[in-house]
Design a protein around this ligand. Sequence first.
Ligand code: FAD
Length: 470
Amino acid sequence: MTTVKDGTKTTEQFECLMITTGANSRPKMGPISAALEGFEGEVIHSSDFQNPKVFKGKRVLIVGQGESAADIATDISKHATEATVWGRKYLPTAPRYPDMALLDPNHDEEKVINEASTRVPVSDFLESFNTNRFSVGPNIVGYGALRQFMWRVMQNGKGPATGNRYIAELATHCLKGTNGHGRQPFWQADLSQWVTKNGRALGAIARGELGHIVAPKIEKIDGRTITFAGGESATVDVVLCCTGYGGSFDWIANDIGYDCNKNCVRGFYKHAFPPGWGHCLAFAGYARPHQGGIPQCAEMVARAAARVFSGRLALPKDYAARTEVEAAVENQFYIRSPGLKAVVDYPSYMDSMARWIGCETRVPWFRPILFFKYLMYPLWPCWFRLDGVGANRAAAMAVLDKFPISKAFKITPYHIFAMPQYVTSKLLAIVTYPFTPKVSLDRVGLWMWVRPKHYVLHGNSMRFFDLFRP
Ligand SMILES: Cc1cc2nc3c(=O)[nH]c(=O)nc-3n(C[C@H](O)[C@H](O)[C@H](O)COP(=O)(O)OP(=O)(O)OC[C@H]3O[C@@H](n4cnc5c(N)ncnc54)[C@H](O)[C@@H]3O)c2cc1C
């Protein structure tokens, strides 16, 4: 590798290369730049956003409905003369604290964040609902049904001043296919696409502090007035594009001749090891979970790569073929977000990496407190430091001990509703196990019905003894 610094060239040789240049390292504008041609106000990207106060006295259009848009729009709405969010389709948004959103018709997510988030039990966080072993236990149909139930309960909420009803409305639009994507396969509920995990903005929309336009495109621009397809319009001084971030592998293609852009991260084994190159080339930071975080997944990749590069862990002989199946299943599963190739299902991904590395958590059958946490607490990365390769039990337990059950856990109606689902799914999996084919490219429909998604995605196939563990 040759680097140039202060005019001096240095050439060094390395056996292996780890690429960590970030899935979100460059601001992305996409087609919005062309669509805004002729707009006479200011156009900026969210990467330029520093302080909501600078928008005082201005009318602002926020483009996008992702995590950045949700936070930035809510902040700006407190200072700007007028703030409106524009999305091209109805995008499901999940409340940060689903239990509160379900039970309290006047739940205000922002208030909880500001006043009480440190006192919220771990079990109330969305992360628990989405990643703990109890919640990911039901098969995909059961899991989808649970989610639909949740949206419906919320829709019946009586709190028009809160975001609950609005959250439910958005989800319902998606399930009905009014988000421009055709009808949602009901068993997948909101799982088949990216979900913004931030109900703050929806509270502001419901209270009328923030406008919301859903229209597939901009129809016309006249000075500072933007008219959308469908007729709605907004006159604004600033367009703030929360159109996301990306990364590019162009430089790799030029330098080492491997076209990573073409093969994209779903073409890499576990989103990290490119077929043919995996023994000496790895990418960390390109598995982006629905829930959880890029760093957690990157840590697992780093652990695997360190062992692969040093010859202590072998890539499966057929890893190119496995990658093809895993990528196809991901494409089929995330059918509503076809462009987001880095998306992974966090629990399945983490467990599949742990199996490979050899750091799977052993079920703590005989330690009741730890067992309960194993089942009910989020799948934090410390679980993969308890046993096996790279274990640091003392450090892992120090994290878990910080969250005693008495303070960190509360039984919610969701748990009660999910219990029969969990048990039924386990029984169904046991009964159908002998007849269920391996997850393969041509068996999509079948495994949806009988397998938890945990054992469908990322090659985390169900082993016989998995039938009898939580
Ligand atoms: C606004 C925003 C909010 C986010 N919030 C969260 C959050 O709350 N929780 C969370 O888990 N994640 C969040 N993320 C995702 C976040 O990107 C990742 O969690 C994390 O930063 C990824 O780390 P990384 O090291 O893979 O990439 P990065 O942090 O992007 O680091 C990549 C580095 O590589 C450098 N680089 C790029 N190209 C080259 C090159 N050719 N040569 C040399 N160096 C290069 C870049 O300059 C950069 O320093 C957020 C992202 C954004 C944009």
